[in-house]
Write a protein that binds this ligand. Sequence first.
Ligand code: FAD
Length: 437
Amino acid sequence: SPLTKASSILIVGAGTWGCSTALHLARRGYTNVTVLDPYPVPSPISAGNDLNKIVELGSSSSDDGNEIFVTRALLDAATNGWLYDPVFAPYYHDTGYIVAATTPEGRRHLDEREDASEATGFEQLMTAEDFRKTMPEGVLTGDFPGWRGWWKRKGAGWAHARKSMESAANEAKRLGVHFVTGSPEGEVKCLLYEEGDVKGVVTAEDTEHRGDRTILCAGANSNALFDFKDQLRPTAWTLAHIRMSPDEAKLYRNLPVLFNIERGFFMEPDEDDSDLKICDEHPGYCNWTTDAMGTRTSTPFANHQIPKEAETRVRGFLREAMPHLADREFSFARICWCADTPDRDFLISKHPDYPSLVLGVGGSGHGFSYIPAIGGFISDCMEGTLDHRIAQSFRWRPETAVGRKWDDLQERFGPDGSNRVMDFQSITEWTTIGPNL
Ligand code: FAD
């Protein structure tokens, strides 16, 4: 049926992109939008339910001849949101960003792919002392063995992830979006196929929700709800928290983000509990099973623990940058799932065979920073007005996944021994943190 502002629109998933889409549709005047999720916002399995995420702003004024149109269009739209949209601006912290590497290969990647250079507003960091001086005395106490990097003092930093997502959901609700959350009522079991189209969804208690359009934004779990022809690889990363004292947390206020692409990253401790989040860096974990036909599937699962080897990597990163914290116990940890496309571009597209189905997936490890804007592009896609260059990059593209190399590193790095895509199936030792046991 033709799309009107009164059309019924279903969004599957109230995570990062689902909340953004709900907000954008409501702002465009759609009056019949329903979001379904097995959990209330913030869902414990949403990749966005996190203390912080790295955000880099775009700068239209910089003379970036090689920045391609699509990257710039997305960055500009997101930047606008982080700076000026009252829903998101309170949660963005323009603290600056340090990006570093250790091996020659890692450094080459930094210079070429991350586009870190003086021309793009970065200062070079060559010695351990250079790194230590980027933060107040007593924060970076490490020797930074082999580290080289770049520091951008402004135009990058971090956002409070969970609060940004909750803020988007709350504003969408205020504007009339209906959230059906909890299990079974919000848990989508399958799409509803009729007359060669998708006409809505069926939830876990077998209730049908009919929609004129259905937008699939279930993150890494989208793969279980639709056949993506190998375009999505559910992949998990690992994070841990250390609880700081209030005095320590004061010293750690307004720090730039520190990210070594082969070791890990941290942002300043959170304002509520003084928890310092650290991620160890690696090409990711899949959870592989192989069926009788030899087809490999990576299936997400939740765990508020991380492999012991990830704990070792987190502590290794701390030993190089902040050794005074390297042996502190963790207050929290979890694995966190995202979905990688083969080229790590997003997949925002209608489906060629099902005209009423819109796909908003493929976060590929960098999908959070676009939360202020991504829902606008997904809405454009639904309305058929998405800029053709963006539509081309984010199209339904199964041809790019034929014979997919599932173990491809996808330009990610890890320290020795974990510079490969790992498999949870072979992990026997996990952390034992907290009351979760
Ligand atoms: P999610 O936010 O995961 O949302 C999916 C939603 O679908 C969830 O709410 C879930 O409950 C729901 N759902 C699941 N199953 C069903 C079902 N059957 N029915 C209905 N709903 C369902 N990006 C950055 O930009 N910067 C960073 O610094 C950064 N760091 C990251 C660190 C880690 C450890 C990880 C894992 C990711 C990081 N990312 C980062 C990537 C970013 O978090 C993701 O790309 C983004 O959050 C994906 O959003 P999404 O909406 O696709 O998925």
